[in-house]
Design a protein around this ligand. Sequence first.
Ligand code: ZN
Ligand code: ZN
Length: 336
Amino acid sequence: MKALLLKGIRDVALEEVPVASVGPHDVKIRNKRGLLCGTDHSQYVGTFTPPGEYPFFIGHEISGIVEEVGTQVQDIKPGQMVVANPVLYCNECYRCRNGQQHFCEKLIDLWKPTGGFSEYMVVNRQQVFAIPEGITLDQAAFAEPVSVCLHCIDMANMKPGMSVAIIGAGPIGLLLLQLAIRSGAALTLVSEPVESKRDLARKLGADVVVDPTNEDIMQKAFDVSKNRGFDVVIEASGNEKAAMDAYNITGMKSTLFFFAVYPIELTLPISPFIMYYKEMTIKAVFFSPYSFPRAINMLPKLELDALITHHLPLEKAADVFELHETGEPVKIMIEC
Ligand SMILES: [Zn+2]
Ligand SMILES: [Zn+2]
């Protein structure tokens, strides 16, 4: 099969590789759609690499059709539309049995990138979720990023009537915006330097948009919130200045979220006094435990097609990272 391989830092190529064999508990998926995620780009530039040796398969936000199932798989059938959680948990260790499966003690051993930007993927049944009728392949590919965003909303202590600010209108920011509105946010602000993304945020329901390069975000955020600051602020850009913007527009009793893969050496000048004075909580999101089923339920309730700004065939998959770096795309979809 053809698969996009990450062969080193900034080194990708589409190559012919053998398809993995199907074990008794496995499902072989004919990948149909793969979305580029910011984490894929972090792997490409080397800020975050999977355990093990190059080359790695790359891409993890997929949808496809079941091609074959192992002898022990009863409830998933060939021909069904499915998505796959990129990670496999042992379900036996302390953390798996203590509500923290995304910190599974065997995660590093079990984590074998299977490759969304390829013709086939063979994964354990445990990773596979069936997609109900009425959802398209394009929309289904969003199950993974929506699941991570749901985990963030779960942790944000959001209540109807709260104010929510999102820094960065990439795919995560725009999914979080929609989930925050559907969770009852009464005032939403999105900060984003790219004009087309600010326009999209407005179309998706943002009450206020800010251009952080040409506007004073603190002044605007405090003006529109009647000098209160925001109850929930989610930084979803990975940018250092944006991280400080997020911190600076928090209100009393606020929750500040860091939702991006930041450079490992980055530190921020955050004041414990301000945290004390505001009773501020700071949180972050790593993976999405237990949230795939609810993410799939939410797919028909979200504007997903509007987030796909570029379509590429698998043959052009190696170009996807340079396209991402122009800053213009929201979500790039690869048709496998
Ligand atoms: Zn992702
Ligand atoms: Zn475990």
